[in-house]
Design a protein around this ligand. Structure first.
Ligand code: TRP
Length: 451
């Protein structure tokens, strides 16, 4: 059956293997680097509250929606839509996903490259003491260099390529079987360590005591929605592609709840870890994207055994980045592999080449191309905002409309694999009515700037 679909026989060995890989996709730079600066800039606890509400109300139901399309379609992003809705334009949702994935990975490897470089700096001891001029200046002069960052992002992408090239069960599943347990252990260690720091209670208050008056701040909603989609890997058919490799007997609903739960727990633990540290060293929570790369090193320097903690932290960040990059690369690879008739190996090289080339722009945006900016956003910020706040929610909205309105109710319920009538009704009502309305509103509002 799978041969007819053109994918070959590659499948997840076990449902648990799929869950680890999907968790690996979800847990990434988004949970640590992106979550902490977005939450920091948007009010901490109030943002977290809106974010959690969106995960529950929109994220989980849509994760089930997206994976159900992949499992029923059994093909890549475009192929699955073509199979379920032949002779329609729905496959364009998949195509938008493929392009979205390429765009996201093009800047994702830039930040991942920084993480790999920092890990190297800590292992060699170069960052054990603050460089002349401080960590901020060291970071800025390093990223403005036209070549060094490109080397690290190429190295990061190269390793990702080697894993993806080997396919689902032998490449991606195996890698995640190592990454994910290690990640969980390191993360728990870091959070417990964070709680022992002096500023812990302030950090916890920032993260868990909402200031309800901030709910009137409209930008919180668009930012929280974008972050929820980014963190859950939703909206561009990455999860769809992963679920297309499931065996028939492996059920979806429990898996999707598990994935979302794990992702959320990681985001909250990362938040605890970072904000307890940020408050104990009295730095500004709204430091923006460099938070992790500029602030944390000076925090590590002042900590007992800080060098060791720094190594643990950047191992964790780099592994989390790898497990997410795997899914971002698999998405276009699956599509190119099928449509261009290339071997998986060749498809992986072609996609990586395109992604690396695009990524050069995001990297140079910190240096010789720093003049290219819009509203204070450099090239990386622009691609990040464009994909997270527009492409991902738009893709999610279209998938909700696809399953809620194009597919017949009976088929949608069957695809969801939900057993209880109550859950079926709740999920279907959310996907058919609530999610499209809420998301269309937030999307229009943020597009036309009245939010
Ligand atoms: N979720 C990952 C993170 O939090 C990033 C990611 C991986 C992603 N695959 C995706 C985002 C697909 C959107 C779509 O870092």
């Amino acid at each position: 059956m799978n041969d007819a679909s053109g994918i070959g026989n590659d499948q997840w060995k076990t449902r648990f293997g799929f869950m680890l890989a999907a968790m690996g996709s979800a847990v990434g730079l988004g949970n640590i680097w992106r979550f902490s600066y977005v939450a920091g800039e948007n009010g901490g606890a109030t943002f977290l509250f809106v974010y959690l509400a969106f995960i529950l109300l929109i994220g989980i139901p849509l994760l089930l929606t997206e994976t159900s399309i992949g499992k029923a379609g059994k093909m890549d992003a475009v192929g699955s839509f073509k199979k379920l809705a032949p002779n329609t334009k729905w496959h364009l949702v998949g195509l938008m996903g493929v392009f979205g994935g390429i765009l996201i990975l093009s800047f994702y490897i830039v930040v991942s490259g920084w993480s790999l470089f920092y890990l190297y700096q800590y292992i060699t001891g170069a960052f054990w003491t603050e460089p002349d001029g401080g960590f901020g200046q060291a970071f800025e002069s390093w990223i403005s260099n036209p070549f060094a960052p490109l080397f690290w992002q190429a190295l990061f992408l190269g390793i990702t390529l080697l894993i993806v090239m080997n396919g689902i069960s032998k490449g991606i599943e195996r890698a995640n079987n190592i990454f994910m347990p290690a990640l969980a252990i390191l993360m728990i260690f870091m959070a417990i360590y964070g709680l022992t720091l002096d500023g812990a209670s302030e950090g916890l208050a920032f993260l868990f005591t909402p200031d309800w008056s901030q709910l009137g701040n409209p930008s919180i909603y668009a930012m929280a929605l974008g972050q929820a989609f980014f963190s859950l890997s939703l909206g561009i058919c990455g999860m769809l592609t992963y679920s297309s490799y499931l065996k028939e007997k492996d059920r979806l609903p429990g898996a999707t709840v598990g994935i979302a739960l794990m992702d959320t727990v990681f985001a909250v633990i990362a938040g605890i870890m970072i904000f307890t540290a940020v408050f104990s060293f009295e730095v500004d929570t709204a430091s923006g994207p460099p938070l992790v790369f500029i602030i944390l090193p000076s925090i590590f320097e002042g900590m007992p055994a800080g060098n060791l903690i720094a190594i643990v932290f950047f191992v964790l960040l780099t592994m989390a980045a790898f497990s997410s990059a795997l899914s971002l690369l698999e998405l276009p690879v699956a599509y190119v592999h099928r449509t261009l008739g290339l071997s998986r190996k060749a498809a992986t090289f072609v996609c990586s080449g395109i992604i690396f080339t695009l990524g050069i722009a995001s990297s140079l945006g910190f240096g010789i191309w720093s003049g290219v900016e819009y509203n204070g956003n450099n090239i990386l910020d622009m691609i990040d905002n464009f994909t997270a706040n527009l492409i991902l929610p738009l893709g999610g909205l279209l998938m909700a409309i696809f399953v809620g309105w194009y597919v017949k109710r009976d088929q949608a319920i069957q695809m969801s694999e939900l057993q209880s009538a109550g859950l079926q009704n709740i999920w279907y009502t959310l996907v058919r009515y609530v999610i499209p309305v809420v998301m269309a509103f937030i999307l229009f509002a943020s597009l036309f700037g009245f939010m």
